[in-house]
Design a protein around this ligand. Structure first.
Ligand code: AMP
Length: 378
């Protein structure tokens, strides 16, 4: 393979949250240097990187200087502007390319792309004013979910609409000029597939993960997800098609709804490692972060074999309400590992860390991770 970026080179990460931190840790383990650029001081990624540039993503001179100082640029969240991605691309390969970011950072563009490419998506309508919202409700029906088109994640910027009369209040609450109205899906399960595409077009995936959300935020992931094998095969086919259509070089996660009866609908794309893939750090031969590193550096993709059943539970800032959680109690549960992101302040709803449990069976892994999380509260 040509164009390999080998150990000893410097990986540049735009963004500095926990995804960048876990990527940086893998990169350092493989002998790479790591630089990060973000507006945040003492960030989860900055704490473990070789260099941390503190800058707005809109400071294109800083982005250009950063790109010149590294051998490849990737990102750990998708809300970097196209201008920043294009600027970086003048000085270093940007993987995945800016066009992937551009599509994935806007729900409306993302859904339009999926529809045009023939992938199954939840019925939706783009709405830019109340009249369009009212017209959209007639098309998608009630109940429906109104979401902001840009900068929405983890259920932020979402309003549920139960009847057409609620439209004016919902539009007011959205507080955004562009929204996407979606039919409310009565799904049986939520799943995700984390996958990677190499520089040479090779494809690897981690199979189906089952995800449970609380207040629209991921709470628990179980792997392997329990779905019919025909559903798993179809999910992987969809995901492989999406990575190929977007010509992704890197890791991309697809979140899907499994409808009653086994139909699949794509809910969302994340063009990077994903919260539901955190358990690969402990459970798989190659973690999703090592896979991202391999992909963006033009190395062969690693084995995605899962070594044992695994469960991951998120640790949100709410756990700190009664003081510092009891880490020793959680660590005492067999098969459990603790991951903390180095965030100084715990706020309710903020992702502070996660626990992963491995066991002989999936129910055992789930029981262990829940036991460990419960043990954190004194
Ligand atoms: P999102 O930010 O779009 O991933 O949404 C966060 C969570 O809200 C999803 O994981 C679902 O649990 C729920 N949700 C989002 N959109 C819908 C929908 N159209 N129908 C039902 N539930 C939804």
């Amino acid at each position: 393979m040509t164009g390999e970026i080998l150990p000893g080179s410097t990986l540049g990460i735009l963004g500095s949250g926990q995804l960048g931190r876990m990527l940086a840790l893998e990169a350092r383990a493989m002998g790479y240097r790591v630089g990060t650029l973000s507006p945040d001081v003492d960030s989860p990624t900055g704490q473990v990187a070789d260099t941390a540039v503190i800058s707005s993503y809109d400071d294109l001179d800083a982005v250009a200087r950063f790109a010149r100082s590294v051998d490849v640029v990737t990102f750990e969240f998708e809300n970097v502007s196209s201008a920043a991605a294009e600027t970086a691309a003048q000085f270093a390969p940007v993987r995945p390319a800016g066009k992937v970011l551009h599509i994935a950072q806007n729900r409306s563009r993302e859904k339009r792309f999926l529809l045009d490419e023939g992938f199954p998506v939840t019925p939706f309508a783009q709405v830019t004013n109340l009249a369009e919202l009212e017209a959209g409700l007639k098309v998608v029906g009630c109940p429906a979910v109104l979401k902001t088109a840009g900068l929405g994640y983890d259920g932020k910027g979402q309003v549920r609409i139960s009847s057409p009369e609620e439209a004016p209040a919902a539009w007011e609450r959205l507080g955004s000029s562009v929204g996407v109205l979606e039919a409310f899906v009565r799904f049986e399960k939520e799943i995700s597939v984390v996958a990677a595409r190499g520089l040479d077009g090779s494809f690897a995936h981690y199979g189906v993960f089952e995800n449970r959300h609380r207040n629209h935020v991921l709470d628990l992931t179980l792997a392997p997800g329990e779905v019919k094998s025909s559903v798993a095969v179809q999910a992987v086919q969809i995901v492989s098609g999406i990575l190929a259509a977007l010509e992704v070089v890197g890791v991309l996660c697809v979140e899907l709804f499994v409808e009653e009866g086994g139909g699949l609908l794509v809910n969302e794309l994340a063009p990077r490692p994903h919260n539901s893939g955190h358990l690969t750090v402990n459970a798989s031969t190659t973690s999703q972060f090592e896979q991202q590193l391999r992909a963006v550096c033009g190395l062969p993709l690693g084995s995605t074999q899962q070594l044992r059943p695994a469960a991951m539970a998120n640790l949100l800032g709410d756990l700190w309400e009664e003081g510092e959680p009891d880490w020793a109690a959680a660590a005492a549960v067999p098969g459990v590992s603790l991951h903390l992101y180095g965030k100084a302040r715990a706020r309710p709803g903020r992702k502070m860390g996660h626990l992963t449990a491995l066991a002989e069976t999936l129910p055992e892994a789930e029981a262990r991770v829940l036991e460990a999380r419960a043990a954190l509260i004194r």
